[in-house]
Design a protein around this ligand. Sequence first.
Ligand code: PRP
Ligand code: MN
Ligand code: MG
Length: 179
Amino acid sequence: MERIFGRPIVTQEEMRARIKELGKQITADYAGKDFVLVGVLKGAYAFYADLARAIRIPMRVDFLVVTSYGSRAKTSGKVKIVTELTEDIKGKEVLLVEDIVDSGLTAQYLIKTLAKKKPQSIKVCTLLSKPERRTVDVALEYVGFKIPNRYVVGYGLDYQQKYRNLPYLAVLDMEGEQE
Ligand code: PRP
Ligand code: MN
Ligand code: MG
C-alpha cells in the first residue's frame, strides 16, 4: 500500500486485532438484548463498518450525523445534531460508536440528549481516546486505543474534512499549521 503521508500511529494489523476483541466483548455483553448500534458520523464510518461485522448477535443499525469541529482542528464547544436517528430507541440498549473521544463534549452531549428518548441503556464505544484532552468526565465502556495528544487522521478521522479515506491512522504533522 502506497503511503499517502504520515506514519501509522496504529497499524492496520493492530487495529484488526483490537476490533475483533471489542466485537467479542460487545457480543457477550449484549447477547439477548434489544440492541442498537448507533454510529456517530461522519468520523465513525470506517470503524463502525468493521466493528459491526465483528459483532455476532442480531442488532439494529442506526446513525446520527453530528458536528462540533466543522473544518477546524479545535472544538467549537457546541455540538450540533445535523441528522437524527431514523428509529425510536425507547426501551432499547444503545451503544454509541465514535472514532475518537477528545474533549468528551460530543459524547457527553449525545448521552444527555439521547437519554431523553428513554433508552434502556446508553453506552459509548470509541476506537480512540485522548485522555489528556478531556475537559468533561464521560464514561467510556469500550475503548480501542488510548493515544497521546497528537492530531490523527485517517480511518474516518479528518483534518478539514480530508484524509478520512486513509486506510490507517496517521499522525498529522501540524508544523506551520494554525490549529
Ligand atoms: C470529531 C470526532 C468526534 C468528536 C470528538 O467529530 O469524530 O465525534 O469530534 O471530539 P470531542 O470529544 O472534543 O467532542 P467532528 O465534530 O470533527 O465531526 P466529524 O465526525 O464529521 O469529523
Ligand atoms: Mn465525529
Ligand atoms: Mg472532524
